[in-house]
Design a protein around this ligand. Structure first.
Ligand code: HEC
Length: 166
């Protein structure tokens, strides 16, 4: 073999070895477990359907994100509804949606037009379904702290304080 041929064969071997190493590293990365989406709902199909109608009719998603998506008009710093049932009970939610003035229950830091509106004019069944559905939106334990932090910052406009309760 000539010198040039040896060099070429050597280079080819090197690049094959290099490719194999890169591929092995990639597949090792791919097999580390993906923790998945941290939000889930435990609501029945019926409650999901009924509450879904109200959520669409009253454009909750103009201000709140739900299932980690926002409508493009959204500009209000309201907390996400994802995971809400891990922070609020169904009963609390029912009372909140039924209040003539929700800010008496949960004060607002925002201008009046961005605040949580009253849904006292909905029928009792609609408010019950809405409370059952929002109360069923849970966050997995491994993401709870991050969700609590995001919610705290949206509600207060301040940096997260672990010990403060809202
Ligand atoms: C105009 C914007 C707006 C709309 C529309 C709106 N919200 Fe809100 N919501 C807020 C804001 C802002 C807050 C935080 C409290 C405040 O500032 O009044 C809030 C608070 C809440 C909370 C309590 C949050 C917490 O962390 O304790 C829940 C639950 C909620 N909204 C659900 C809903 C549902 C369900 C709908 C639709 C039926 C809805 N919101 C529609 C702006 C809105």
């Amino acid at each position: 073999m000539r010198k040039g041929e040896k060099l070429i064969i050597g280079l080819m071997v090197l690049s094959v070895v290099g490719l194999v190493v890169v591929k092995l590293k990639q597949s090792a990365k791919e097999t580390t477990e993906d923790p998945g989406i941290p939000f889930f709902s435990t609501a029945s199909e019926d409650v999901t359907k009924q509450a879904g109608k109200t959520i669409r009719a009253f454009n909750c998603r103009d201000c709140h994100s739900l299932w980690a998506t926002k409508t493009f008009t959204q500009a209000v710093p309201a907390p996400a509804l994802d995971g809400m049932g891990s922070f609020r009970s169904e009963e609390w939610l029912y009372n909140y949606f039924s209040a003539e003035n929700p800010q008496e229950i949960l004060p607002s830091r925002l201008k009046p037009q961005y605040r949580m509106p009253s849904y006292a004019s909905l029928t009792e069944q609609e408010r019950r379904d809405l409370a059952a559905y929002i109360g069923s939106l849970k966050v997995e334990d491994w993401y709870r702290e991050q969700a609590a932090k995001a919610r705290y910052e949206k509600l207060t406009g301040k940096e997260y304080d672990k010990d403060a309760r809202i």
